[in-house]
Design a protein around this ligand. Structure first.
Ligand code: FEO
Length: 163
């Protein structure tokens, strides 16, 4: 059985994951509209992945006797100043999510909730991968100029790691 505090923090994480899914969806739609099909596909795939994260939290909460709440979602930005800025925003968002996951780990230790501690490790690893993946893209963007963007847009999907 989850403590009330743990139930609350896990439900807050449901909201964070669904917002992440919508944020990536907004980025995908924006990129598709400016003709960057590869980058758009990358964001669409990322959005799906975030939805899967949300589902994992919902199912875990319910499995442990809590009630997972489907939250209202804030509207993400419609437009982004540029590719670089969109990926900067992605990294910043992933770092925020990593911090939130760490808070859950921290609470699970304090409460000696070892089931949650064990379960949440998948997300600790996932966040490490996601931050590295977005950082890798930012590094590549640093290397290419504007002409390189066409080739980058074509190749970005092959940069998705195994999840
Ligand atoms: Fe599910 Fe990328 O945080």
């Amino acid at each position: 059985m989850l403590s009330k505090k743990m139930l609350n923090i896990l439900n807050e994480q449901v909201a964070k994951e669904v917002y992440a899914s919508h944020l990536y969806l907004a980025m995908a739609s924006w990129a598709e509209n400016i003709g960057l099909d590869g980058i758009s596909e990358w964001f669409y795939a990322q959005s799906e992945e975030e939805r899967e994260h949300m589902m994992k939290f919902i199912r875990y909460i319910n499995e442990r006797g809590g009630h997972a709440v489907v939250p209202l979602v804030d509207e993400p930005p419609k437009d982004f100043p540029g590719i670089r800025e969109a990926f900067d925003a992605s990294l910043e968002h992933e770092q925020m999510v990593s911090g939130a996951i760490n808070d859950i780990v921290d609470l699970s230790i304090k409460e000696k909730d070892f089931a949650t501690h064990n379960w949440i490790q998948w997300f600790v690893e996932e966040q490490r991968e996601e931050e590295a993946s977005v950082q890798g893209i930012l590094d590549k963007l640093e290397l290419i100029g504007k002409q390189g963007l066409y080739v980058f847009d074509r190749d970005i999907m092959s940069m998705r790691g195994e999840h």
